[in-house]
Design a binder for this molecule. Sequence first.
Ligand code: URA
Length: 252
Amino acid sequence: MRLDRLIANSGIGTRSAVRSIISHGSVQVNGAVVTDASFHVKETDSITIDGQEINLQTKLYFLLDKPDGVLTAMEDKRLPCVADYIPSELKSKKLSPVGRLDFHTSGLLIITNDGELSHRLQSPKYEVPKIYMATFRGLDWTEEEINTVASGFTIRDKGYSEQIAPAELKVIEPAQDGLARALLTLHEGKTHEVRRIFAHFNKEVLELRRLELAGVKIEEGLDSCGTFRPLTQDELDLLFEATGLNQTPASP
Ligand code: URA
C-alpha cells in the first residue's frame, strides 16, 4: 500500500496532511527517511513520524456491554444507539456491531471493522455458541421441553415455519411467584430467537441478557452495562479460534 494511504488509514490525518508531513522528511520507514508519498509499504513495516512509532493496525476489536433500551445501530435520530458508546476518535474507523441484540436485550456485543470475522461470527456454519440469561414468566421447563430444545424443533406460526437448531437450556432459578431464570446456549442467530423459543413453550421473556459469545464473557450483573473497551488478546484468540481464523492480530 502507498505510504500516505497507510498513514492516513491509521487515523493520523487526511491524505493531504499526511503528504505534507512526508515531504518535510519527518517520516521514516524501517529506519530510513522516505519523502515519496507513493513509496510502497506493508503493515508489518516500522513507520515513525518524528521518531514516534505509529500504530498501523487497521483492524479494531471492541466489546460493548449494551444496556437495555439501546438500538443495535450506528445511527438513529430518535433513540439511543450503540454508536453513542463509541468514542469520537474512533468514529472514522468504520466500526459496526457483529449481529444484533434487541432494543430490550442487554449484554455482550462485539464491535469491529473486521468484516471477515464479523461475517464468520454470524454465520451458522461456525455454530459459534452464544449464552443468554432469560428471566421469564411461565411454568417451569419440563424435562420433555428441555429435550425438545436439545434436539431442535420447528416453530409453526400463521402459515410460516422455521427450523430451530439444537440448543441447550439450563434452569438456574426455578419459578418463584411466577418468575424464573434460565440460561440458553444458541449456536445460530435468528431474529428474536430466544424470545421465540420461550414463547413456543408458553413462557414470556421479561429480561434478556447475553453473557457469552465464543467463550468471551461478561458479568451477569448489570453494573457493567454501557462499558465499551478493547478486546484482550485472549478474547480475540477465542473469537478467531471459534471461526477457524488462525491469525490473531495484536489487540489495540
Ligand atoms: N434472541 C432474542 O430473542 N433477542 C436477542 O436480542 C437476541 C437473541
